[in-house]
Design a protein around this ligand. Structure first.
Ligand code: NAD
Ligand code: ZN
Length: 360
């Protein structure tokens, strides 16, 4: 399956399927004349799938850059290490820099590719479900600093995204569920029929890594994201819808502290539950609809608001975290709310009083 991201001269294909990794070499030959590829990955992925990527790139001169796993790599030190390795190996901007990993490796490698000699050919081969349905598509790249997450970065589109669902076989179930949260999100934003299909059983099949369900759900998710990105590459408008559940999630993540207690996708799952519950409370969305979203998530043992009790004890701190969200403008809190399943919209001035009452 191929999904096109329509960005004119910067447009690219997302190739999705079981065993696609074995066809990576041919795909690369169709986008570049260079036979050099730098593969940036982490130690965990390298131990599990290093042999498979080496074999897929056997026609290329390959340079491996293997970093420790973890969010820490999205830092100036991580960036410097990747760039240094590229210079030492004598890479040019016409050579390919390939991210082989989850969102951490993708964000770090994409940013490195964007600044390496003012921009080198960049390719994504995502290995987590979250990266396959979300972070590898759309061209947001970034590292973190002391002031917060993703504050230093660039919009830099890949030339190819290649998704092999077989890579997910080694991913821990907690990470699979975290990725599933972003899949449901696309249904809840504007694809009600996709939500129905997930609720009818495809969702459960995705979580058990059934190949057809995975291909279907990943394709729809990538098409949904590609659609929004093509309309609004730099998030001046509709792209903000992709943040459904994310303002609540962001506040929960800050409260929990980054580093394991709560995965991003887990916070997003509960955050979407909260966005629907809050919409219902405001009378924007029917109460049974919000209940349906919650039931869908809890039947799949995905986190909902009730599971976040340890991080919901202090409404004032949560609200102050929500005030710091990057989406906000002019001192107002921007929230993605919903009138129903597949009927999300951007609310640019959410009532702080209502929010505080809800969080209490
Ligand atoms: P991650 O990259 O940290 O990967 C999670 C863990 O899984 C890591 O320990 C990794 O080593 C391991 N792993 C990866 N692939 C594996 C496999 N196939 N088998 C076994 N283990 C594997 O986490 P993530 O959830 O993929 O990404 C999170 C990051 O993505 C965050 O930094 C977030 O900011 C970023 N993000 C970016 C965007 C974007 O648009 N650029 C969107 C969403 C999230
Ligand atoms: Zn997210």
């Amino acid at each position: 399956e191929v999904v096109r991201v329509d960005l004119g001269s910067r447009g690219y294909d997302i190739v999705i399927g079981q065993g696609e990794l074995s066809r990576l070499g041919d795909r690369l030959k169709s986008i570049t004349a260079s036979d050099r590829v730098a593969v940036v990955t982490d130690e965990t992925i390298h131990a599990l799938h290093g042999g498979a990527i080496a074999e897929a790139l056997s026609d290329f001169r390959t340079h491996m850059i293997i970093r420790p796993a973890g969010e820490d790599q999205k830092s100036m030190a991580g960036l410097d290490a990747v760039l240094d390795s590229l210079f030492r190996a004598g890479f040019d901007r016409s050579d390919t820099i390939l991210a082989f990993g989850g969102g951490v490796i993708g964000d770090l490698t994409g940013f490195a590719a964007s600044v390496f000699k003012r921009g080198a050919t960049f390719v994504q081969v995502p290995t987590t479900l979250l990266a396959q349905v979300d972070s590898s598509v759309g061209g947001k790249t970034a590292i973190n600093n002391a002031y917060g997450k993703n504050l230093v970065g660039a919009f830099y589109q890949p030339r190819l995204v290649l998704i092999d669902t077989n890579l997910l076989a080694t991913l821990p179930v907690r990470q699979i569920k975290a990725g599933y949260a972003e899949i449901v999100k696309y249904g809840l934003i504007d694809r009600p029929e996709f939500f129905e299909a997930l609720d009818d059983g495809i969702g459960a099949d995705v979580l058990s890594l059934e190949p057809n369900a995975l291909r279907e759900a990943i394709s729809v998710s990538c098409a949904a994201k590609a659609d929004v990105v093509a309309q609004d590459e730099r998030e001046g408008g509709v792209r903000a819808l992709l943040n459904l559940g994310h303002t609540f999630a962001h506040a929960l993540e800050l409260t929990a502290g980054y580093g394991g207690a709560l995965l991003h996708g887990e916070a997003v799952s509960a955050g979407m539950d909260m966005a629907f519950e809050f919409s219902a409370r405001l009378g924007l969305c029917p109460v049974p609809t919000a209940k349906r979203v919650q039931d869908h998530l809890s039947h799949l043992s995905m986190p909902i608001r009730a599971d976040m009790a340890p991080f919901l004890t202090d409404p004032d701190t949560l609200l102050s975290h929500m005030r710091q969200d990057k989406k906000n403008e002019g001192g107002n809190i921007t929230l993605i709310l919903a009138r129903g399943i597949g009927q999300s919209f951007i609310e640019k001035s959410a009532s702080e009083a209502e929010l505080k009452a809800y969080l209490k």
